[in-house]
Design a protein around this ligand. Structure first.
Ligand code: ADP
Length: 396
């Protein structure tokens, strides 16, 4: 008999990440990524539930529909007896309307499409993923999980800019992103450390995209990302917080077009820009040891420390700092440096625990906990599908 499974999809601009879950538990059967969609070097990688490599068919997908087809061909070859009972999608923008996951129907699809102008670099790819999955699995329910939904609980002072209020009314707000990651970390804390989960937690999601969130009693009260995924911390290639006067200067005095400014802020800035074009990859910067690489790391760390203070202030204190994301989960250097000079907040790292990547890396003397919790955004999607479709199973 075929095995019912849930497929979680995360469609980016040039990549499609996917993970296959058992329909009745948190068990992952396989995961992978199609990279460089639309380019000659496009390829698919597939791993089993334990991280081992699985064979994949050749193919250079030209678009997201072709990438999904290649994904399905790979999964069907590797898991011949599966039956997809739900497809879950990461959708970057849910606007003011969506404060949780939903089953996609025509009305939901229209609302997601209407949010295109708010996230023009991401939303169209999410929509392409939903359409491609709809064509590949006619009649199979699709679930949309929004990166903004977790933050809809934020109070007005964190949700608004100091613009005339009509702009707030038309949707110019601080939405915050990385919500699936924060949702997962919050649920995982409830499981492994319920007392901490009930308190004041700052989560630092540090990957190629990076942001921080203040979570009080399990609810988001502040975050560093704003209207778009540009604000807050510097990232691999994105600038993070920037005086809007810089944009006016670039356009008025330097004559840059909106396309040029967009490319500058999204693709040429952050760690890549600060390191003089060396790399957006923290591993490369840590190895390089050049003054330019050092400058990029110094700025990254400093801005995390600044925002750590801001997030703690939004909650009137801090009971735990949790690191996640590729850098947060792996870079002992960044973690140690972020926690330098934070004794005033009651944070002290135990360098042995930090070097061993333990779950709790704070010292016995530390008043607040410092933790490393690997995030699992795709699992949040699978759990949402199980919940919305009333599928039997344990977990989340
Ligand atoms: P994305 O936001 O694209 O999902 P990830 O969460 O995978 O990105 O994070 C990618 C970042 O994590 C890169 O900057 C990479 O260099 C960094 N990273 C991964 N492993 C390590 C490591 N061992 N040490 C330092 N940085 C690491």
């Amino acid at each position: 008999m075929s095995r019912p499974v849930i497929l979680a999809l995360n469609a980016g601009s040039s990549s499609l990440k996917f993970e296959l879950f058992a329909a009745d538990s948190d068990e992952t059967l396989g995961h992978g990524i199609v990279e460089c969609i639309g380019r000659d070097d496009a390829c698919v990688r597939l791993h089993d539930g334990k991280g081992g490599n699985l064979p994949v068919p050749d193919g250079q997908p030209a678009d997201h529909a072709a990438a999904l087809q290649l994904t399905l061909d790979s999964l069907r070859a590797a898991f011949p007896d599966i039956r997809v009972v739900a497809v879950g999608h990461r959708v970057v923008h849910g606007g003011v309307h969506f404060d949780g996951p939903v089953i996609v129907d025509d009305e939901v699809m229209a609302r997601i499409e209407a949010l295109d102008p708010f996230a023009p670099l991401h939303q169209p790819h999410n929509i392409a993923g939903i359409r491609a999955a709809g064509a590949a699995f006619p009649g199979v329910p699709q679930i949309a999980c929004f990166d903004t939904a977790f933050h809809r609980t934020q109070p007005l002072v964190n949700d608004t800019f100091a613009l005339p209020s009509r702009f707030y009314d038309e949707g110019v707000r601080r939405y915050g992103f990385h919500g699936l990651s924060y949702d997962y970390i919050t649920s995982e804390l409830k499981r492994i450390a319920p007392l901490i989960a009930a308190g004041r937690v700052v989560i630092a999601h540090l990957g190629n995209g990076a942001s921080m969130c203040a979570v009080q009693s399990g609810r988001s009260v502040a975050s560093t990302m704003g209207f778009t995924a540009l604000d807050g911390l510097p990232m691999g290639t994105r600038c993070g917080q920037l005086d809007p006067g810089v944009v006016l200067y670039l356009m008025e005095q330097r004559g840059m077009t909106t396309d040029q400014v967009r490319r500058l802020l999204y693709e040429d800035s952050g760690l890549l820009g600060l390191s003089g074009g060396l790399s957006n990859d923290m591993r490369t910067l840590e190895r390089a040891g050049t003054p330019e690489a050092q400058r990029a790391i110094d700025y990254f760390v400093f801005r995390i420390q600044r925002e750590l203070g801001a997030m703690a202030a939004a909650m009137g204190g801090i009971d735990a700092l949790v690191f996640c994301g590729g850098i947060g989960e792996n870079s002992r250097l960044v973690r140690a440096r972020v926690c330098e000079r934070t004794e005033w907040m009651g944070l002290e790292v135990d360098h042995g625990r930090n070097a061993r990547n333990e779950t709790i890396i704070s010292s016995e003397m530390s008043r607040a906990h410092v933790m490393v919790v690997p995030t699992q955004e795709e699992l949040v999607i699978a759990r949402a599908a199980r919940r919305l479709l009333n599928l039997p199973g344990q977990g989340g």
